[in-house]
Design a protein around this ligand. Structure first.
Ligand code: FES
Length: 325
């Protein structure tokens, strides 16, 4: 058994040390890790759509959706795709992490929560099946009317097909090498009230979902991205001020720094993890001003409300932002 010292925790995060209790191949390039407390105790509760931060012994922190049984209080399970362009996270998990190793785990947190409904449509692409799997279980347990469209490169690359068999024809499996691109419009049908649509997968699939759902009632579609989209040039190139309403402090944010960096420099600690606008840890309430949203979490409707922002990446459109800090 190898015991490896943990990497430094993400800034301000509450990280627990868990042991890898199982590592299993699930499909070509996809494996699952099971994690448990070394003492065997109860882990923090979670809900479908949640993710954890894995603080790897090589110093990297990565976010992975929980895809196990939320009613099992002693184990977490995550699915990890070997990314061909891995910057060290998935490669370390696939090649180096072993059963018995200790890893840091932050969270769970949920930016992709399943809201109550009696009708769900789920669309997953590739490793995007991981947050959808517990949603499907919950929808089934609650007796909701649900269906899942699951696409992937090929059948051999699609994880959890065996686990999904029990749901029969509620699950439509469409490997691209057999069926071509997913027929999203055919699967979703006509826009209608009361249906909640959840989708996770590669950027092009999510973009296609947004186009296909453009005529559905607002808030019908919820998506989760694994990587932030290119945000383009900031709306404002000049410095701006951030006022912290609770302390009355004002901080200047120059074009070279993030809001999070600027706050850290004056000793204001805000919990953060990915620093790429994908994990949701640094969510901060906005009291005044218009953020320049540059995260991968909020959809267009949520952005328009301007009541929160992810300060690791998002900036300001106005000269001054007032935050609830
Ligand atoms: S730290 Fe992950 S969204 Fe900001």
């Amino acid at each position: 058994m190898t015991v490896i010292s943990p990497a430094p925790a993400p800034a301000g995060a509450d990280v627990a040390m868990l042991r890898v209790t199982a590592k299993e191949a699930q499909a070509d390039g996809v494996l699952t890790l099971e994690l448990a407390a070394p003492s065997g105790g109860r882990l923090r509760d979670w809900t479908p759509g949640s993710h954890i931060d894995l603080v790897l012994p090589n110093g990297l922190t990565r976010q992975y959706s929980l895809c196990g049984d939320r009613w099992d209080p002693s184990h977490y399970r995550v699915g990890v795709l070997m990314e061909p362009a891995s910057r060290g996270g998935s490669r370390y998990v696939h090649d180096s992490l072993r059963v018995g190793d200790l890893v840091g785990v932050g969270g769970p947190r949920n930016n992709f929560a399943l809201v109550p409904s009696d009708q769900y449509l789920f669309v997953a692409g590739g490793i995007g099946i991981t947050p959808i799997l517990p949603m499907v279980r919950q929808a089934e347990m609650l007796g909701a009317d649900w269906r899942l469209l699951y696409g992937g490169r090929s059948r051999g690359s699609m994880a959890f097909l065996g686990e999904l068999e029990r749901y029969g024809d509620r699950v439509v499996v469409r490997p691209q090498d057999e069926h071509g691109l997913l027929d999203l419009a055919g699967f979703l049908g006509q826009p209608r009230e009361g249906v909640r649509i959840y989708s996770c997968g590669p950027g092009p699939l999510l973009a296609a979902m947004e186009r296909t759902c453009a005529t559905w009632p607002p808030y019908s579609l919820r998506t989760e991205r694994f990587v932030a989209e290119e945000a383009g040039a900031p709306a404002r190139t000049a410095p701006f001020e951030v006022e912290l309403a609770r302390s009355g402090t004002t901080v200047t944010v120059t074009p070279e720094m993030t809001v999070l960096d600027a706050l850290n420099q004056v000793g204001v600690e805000v919990l953060s993890s990915c620093r790429r606008g994908v994990c949701g840890t640094c969510e901060t309430t906005v009291l005044a001003g218009r953020p320049d949203h540059r995260d991968a979490l909020l959809d267009d409707d949520e952005r328009d409300v301007n009541d929160c922002m992810y300060i690791c990446v998002s900036r300001s459109r106005d000269e001054r932002l007032v935050l609830d800090l």
